[in-house]
Structures are given as C-alpha cells and as structure tokens.
Write a protein that binds this ligand. Structure first.
Ligand code: FO1
Length: 331
C-alpha cells in the first residue's frame, strides 16, 4: 500500500449534527481542531420565508460562528450590525417581529435570488462558507423542504412564530416536521456519512426536539449514521437539570419528559454509543447502558469550546479503541 493510500484510509473525519447557538459553539471548537476534516450537518426545519426572503437561521448561525462573524450578545446574526432596514420597515408599518440586520440582510437577499434561479441550498452555502474562509463543510440536512411546526395550547404555529414572535411562551403539545416524508439526504450528506475516513459522529448540545429530531427525521439519514460503523456520541444540552440557554427544559417539561441527560439518551433511542455529560449531572447518569464521559460542558470562553471539542474527540477515540471499529455503530 502506498503512503497516499495509507493516509486515505486513516479515520480523520468527524460529522457533527447541529442546530443553532449551543451546537454551533461546539462546532466552532471542533472546526478549530479539525479544519477540513469536519462536516457539520445542520437543521433546516427552522427555515422559513419572511418578507419574501429565504431565511436559514441555524445554517447562518453556524456560518457566522465558524467564520468569527457571529453576534455573541444576541446569539444569532452578525457582529457589528446596524438596523436601518428594520427601522424603515417599522416606519412603513411592516412586520418587525423578526429582526434582520443590515449586514445579515445581504445573505438572505443573495440566498433568495440564488435559490429562485434553481441553485441548491447546499451549493449556495458551500460557496458562502468558502468565501468566509471556513475550511469545514457546512451542509444543510436536506435540500428539500421540511418545516418545523409547533402544536401548542394556543394553536398550531410555524416554528419562528412560536420561537421568536411568541418567545416560546405557548405550552407545547407536539412538534411536527411538515414535509419530512418527502425529503432526502443530499449527496453531500450521504458521502460524508459513507466516507471510509469517518472517525465518529458527534451530536452537538443542541435541542434534541427542535434541532436534532428534524435532522434524524430526514428519511434514510438516521440509517446512514447507524450503519456508518463508527462511534456515535452526543453532548448533553442539560447542565444541572437545566438547559443552558433556550427552551429545551421548558419544552421537555411540557412534553412530560424529565429534564435529565438520561432522557436525552432515551430520546436518541439506541443511536448512541456514548454521552458526554456535565460534571453537575455525573451521578444522574450512573448505570446508563452506554458509555459516559463526565467533564465540564459549559462553553463560555474560547478555551471552553476548544477544551470540550478536544475532550469529545478523546472520548470517541477511546470508544473506538475499546469496542473495535467493526463493532461500534453496527446497530
Ligand atoms: N431570534 C430571535 O430571538 N429574534 C430575532 O429577531 C431573530 C432574528 C433572526 C434573524 C436571522 C437569523 O439567522 C436568526 C434570527 N434569530 C432570531 C434566531 C433564530 O430564529 C433562532 O435562534 C433559531 O431558529 C433557533 O435555533
């Protein structure tokens, strides 16, 4: 075997599944360690058309985070933003419940134009990521349309109306992924999960119900992970019985699910080989049926993000060595 063939066989590549803010922080840490060896598959169930524009909030959060352009205070959108467009919209009496900054706006206008011209979301995001200097691949979970819809005690509402306009206040009864059965994984998603150099699949600490479930609802995508033959690990979004940010714990309570890391494992239903859990929840995950890695998971600083990413990679490699790559992941 030549040196090039040997290098090609090395398992270097990580696929991360990711939603918005929380997940993107770990994706950033992973991207700093892995560069082009990282592929991030991102939820597009939150996407919607607003003011005639195609908005892809989670893709854009990952894009801005990995390029260092993210607005850290807001958790979404761009840093150094101005809001002239919104001010004029307000003066004109238009809807302003969903804030679009001037710099951010350019991305939505360009995406809308390109998609209308027949370009795929995957191809558009690849070009933008490249122009932003991102080495990792950022892939929409599908190029087809799936829309997260929230059934609440106040009625059925599209995701962004529930999340942004209503600030997650309505009580959730059910979450539905409209159009899921008509979607398929893209060629790029399939290739990333079939890649012989795949080292592991990492589920970022995103909301399992709102951000990861839509990804796993793309028909065939979950199966691609199951047969990949590599460790599959999740980082729990729960710290000390609470979600760090966002409505994860509120939604879990409303759906009658305990806000525990154990419940996260049950949610992923047999997909996981390992769970990364915060030190505050170490006792709670004793006797879990899968391996656990108990470390601080709160990511406040760059050092936290890098440290957690490094720790997750150590964990997946430990799992690979312990189980043998032929057994791990062959569910
Ligand atoms: N989140 C908000 O809470 N309020 C907003 O006005 C808002 C605008 C917005 C614009 C572009 C974008 O890419 C994201 C935006 N988000 C906003 C965040 C986003 O809607 C949610 O955080 C995600 O969908 C959940 O992951």
């Amino acid at each position: 075997m030549t040196a090039t063939e040997k290098a090609d066989r090395k398992k270097t590549r990580i696929v991360a599944l990711c939603g918005g803010v929380g997940g993107a922080k770990l994706a950033l840490g992973l991207s700093r360690l892995l560069g082009s060896d990282l592929t991030v598959i991102v939820n597009t169930g939150d996407d919607f058309e607003h003011l005639g524009l195609q908005i892809s909030p989670d893709l854009d959060t990952v894009l801005y985070t990995l390029s260092g352009l993210a607005n850290r205070e807001l958790g979404w959108g761009r840093a150094d933003e101005s809001w002239n467009f919104m001010e004029v919209l307000r003066d004109l009496g238009s809807e302003t419940w969903f804030q679009l900054g001037d710099r951010d706006l350019a991305l939505h206008v360009q995406r809308t134009h390109q998609l209308k011209s027949g370009r795929s979301l995957t191809s558009f995001m690849a070009e933008v990521a490249n122009s932003f200097g991102i080495a990792a691949q950022i892939l929409p979970m599908t190029d087809d349309t799936m829309r997260t819809t929230v059934v609440t005690t106040d009625g059925v509402m599209p995701f962004q109306r529930y999340f942004v306009e209503r600030r997650c206040a309505p009580v959730v009864e059910k979450i539905v992924f409209d159009g899921a059965s008509g979607t398929k994984p893209t060629a790029q998603v399939t290739a990333a999960l079939n890649d012989p150099r795949l080292r592991a699949v990492v589920i970022c600490p995103s909301n399992p119900f709102l951000s990861i479930d839509p990804i796993l609802s793309v028909p065939g995508l979950r199966r691609l992970i199951e047969v990949a033959g590599v460790p599959v690990v999740a980082v729990s979004p729960i710290i000390g019985g609470k979600a760090v940010k966002g409505p994860t714990d509120k939604i879990m309570a409303e759906l009658g699910v305990p806000t525990t890391s154990r419940a996260i494992v049950e949610r992923y239903g047999g997909l996981l080989d390992g769970l990364v859990v915060d030190v505050a929840d170490g006792d709670e995950v004793a006797n879990l049926s899968i391996e656990t890695h108990i470390v601080p998971t709160l990511m406040k600083t760059e050092a936290d993000r890098d440290g957690l990413a490094r720790s997750v990679l150590d964990f997946v490699d430990r799992l690979s060595m312990a189980t043998g790559s032929r057994e791990v992941g062959c569910r």
